[in-house]
Design a protein around this ligand. Sequence first.
Ligand code: ZN
Length: 82
Amino acid sequence: MKNNTYSLFSEEMLLQMYTEHVDEIRELERELDLIGAALDALNESEDEEPYCTACNGTGEGQYDGSRCRGCNGSGVERREED
Ligand SMILES: [Zn+2]
């Protein structure tokens, strides 16, 4: 009973089904491309880390060996958390 489902359709029928839906598939692919591009743009804006402006993201303090007081050495601006 191998390929039971597949055998219900002849190769010709499968090809016809594919041909009938290929436009829809292409349409979906185009929409997915648009969504992907929109998501990329969204991610790019999120990629901008809120790095600490006091140390420019280095995490280093005013003196050698000291940690930045603005970010506690993380280099990332601390967000206010509850
Ligand atoms: Zn800092």
